[in-house]
Design a protein. Structure first.
Length: 494
């Protein structure tokens, strides 16, 4: 497998490129993302699907620029796929031949079900959720995939797209015709798609709407991937977008200028689909076909799935920013032991143990960035670095644990910004305390195998060594509740 791989996706409205760099067997990270709104399908749907000369020229020029970027990033593999606009075009061979002869790239035109499958591979591997329907609204078609327990069970593509409907209905103000057309297409969906109440929104329309929701609800974390919302709370905003008379009004609603031309059509389609499916929750995906193409390549020997309990973001961060794998493993194992032995007095849900283990393994990253204020560096960096496989709440929680790995416990004032996305401050106090204790116990870098015991409310840490610095620092730690704490070091009780 090439260390650096480029994926290019030629859609009806936009051409997008991502470049990924591998850090280990399954881990990778994004090193470039480029988009060009070439509108290759412009004026094609009202001309029998035939691609027009100038849109093809725009697409060719953009693709040439993409290849310059890939080459200069030393990409060893380039995979290029095309979706609805090219697969529908009777004259697609003209464009494909020109690209092959002049740019040396073979474009793979994929069918709708393959497009839906790629999107679902990306979402199922890089989102936390296990059961959902993916909805990917493109310029010419919309792809659906049913994901059950992380497995893709059904895929289908329907001829519903923003550019297609704009040219056929919206430019003629035929909204009732558009509604009838969409519902006729949706009637082709098997009943199973209506049984899962969660939709994962892929593609530009879903992301643009989520961005507007984040702005209008004052959501404290400005990140799209993993953002979720209840549909009943957002239909009003969708109606406001549909009724907006000017671009200034769209801007005030949180719509970016590059979406002005398609947002109303996209919103109309998305809202109609959510109503048809009786969707309760929408999860936003920052990944889609491009990531799916990449993952099917690197996961080709594992049924296009990551191994169980594997997180690509955690692994990639460890690969890039930590040098001692034994140290990170020790910190993770030791904090798990501390959590377990203290369970009778902290009494918090066992689900929090995994977040502690991740925070323990990643806490050294701050030191690699800058030793001074390394807890703050870790927290800020990891908040945005844990992009794949985590909800917003989980990312913020891990970041908060790292930020307050100090001698003092976090207070309600400290967590005010993200209060609505974090657990109760009592839980945060315990997580901070256990994380800080774990760091101190390894501050001599010995990776010592301490013995822990809890009898009643008496917690004892035992070691055959003195650990002079460690014992001084432990006694300074603020405890979440009052409990007895003994250090039995080298036969002496402290």
């Amino acid at each position: 497998m090439a260390k650096i791989t480029t994926i290019i996706d030629i859609g009806s409205n936009s051409m997008r490129m991502v470049v990924f760099k591998k850090t280990s067997h399954f881990a990778f990270h994004l090193i470039n993302e480029t988009k060009s709104k070439v509108k290759i399908s412009e004026n094609s749907y009202q001309n029998g699907g035939f691609l027009q000369e100038f849109p093809m020229l725009r697409a060719f020029d953009a693709l040439e620029s993409f290849l310059y970027i890939a080459k200069n990033l030393k990409s060893r593999k380039i995979l290029c796929v095309a979706t609805s606009a090219l697969r529908d075009a009777p004259n697609k061979a003209i464009f494909l031949s020109k690209v092959r002869q002049e740019l040396g790239i073979d474009i793979k035109v994929i069918d709708g079900e393959k497009e839906a499958y790629f999107g679902a591979v990306g979402a199922s591997n890089l989102l936390k959720d296990r059961d959902f329907t993916t909805v990917d609204i493109g310029g010419g078609s919309t792809e659906f995939a049913l994901v059950e327990n992380k497995s893709i069970t059904k895929t289908i593509s329907l001829n519903i797209g923003t550019v297609r409907l704009k040219e056929l209905f919206f430019d003629k103000n035929d909204f009732s015709g558009a509604k009838h057309y969409i519902n006729e297409e949706l009637s082709k969906l098997p009943n199973e798609y209506c049984l899962i109440e969660k939709v994962v929104g892929l593609g530009g329309t879903a992301r643009a709407l989520s961005r507007a929701i984040i702005k209008n609800t004052n959501h404290p974390f400005d990140a799209l991937h993993g953002f979720s919302y209840e549909t009943k709370n957002c239909y009003g905003l969708f109606e406001n977008i549909l009724n907006a008379k000017t671009n200034d009004k769209l801007s005030a609603l949180g719509v970016r200028s590059d979406r002005y031309d398609t947002i109303k059509t996209g919103t109309f389609i998305f809202k109609t689909i959510l109503e048809f499916l009786n969707t309760k929750i929408v999860v936003t995906s920052g990944v889609g076909v491009r990531e799916g193409v990449y993952l099917t390549d690197i996961l080709r020997t594992s049924h296009h799935k990551f191994p169980s309990n594997f997180n690509v973001s955690v692994r990639s961060l460890l690969d890039r920013f930590t040098d001692d794998s034994k140290q990170t493993a020790y910190l993770g194992n030791n904090i798990a032991k501390l959590f377990d032995v203290l369970a009778p007095i902290h009494k918090i849900d066992i689900k929090y143990k995994s977040y502690l283990v991740i925070s323990a393994k990643l806490q050294q990253i701050g030191i690699s960035l800058n030793y001074y204020k390394n807890s703050e560096h870790s927290a800020n960096f990891i908040l945005h670095g844990l992009q794949y496989g985590f909800t917003h709440e989980e990312r913020i929680l891990i970041s908060t644990i790292l930020r307050y790995s100090t001698k003092e416990l976090p207070t309600g004032k400290d967590i005010k910004e993200f209060k609505n996305l974090l657990p109760d401050v009592r839980i945060l106090e315990w997580l901070s305390y256990i994380h800080s204790l774990n760091n101190i116990l390894n501050s001599e870098y010995l990776r010592y195998n301490y013995e822990y015991s809890l009898i009643g409310d008496k917690f004892t840490i035992s070691s055959a060594q003195k650990h002079y610095i460690i014992q001084k620092d432990i006694l300074k730690l603020e405890k979440p509740i009052d409990f007895q704490f003994n250090l039995n070091l080298n036969g002496e009780i402290h």
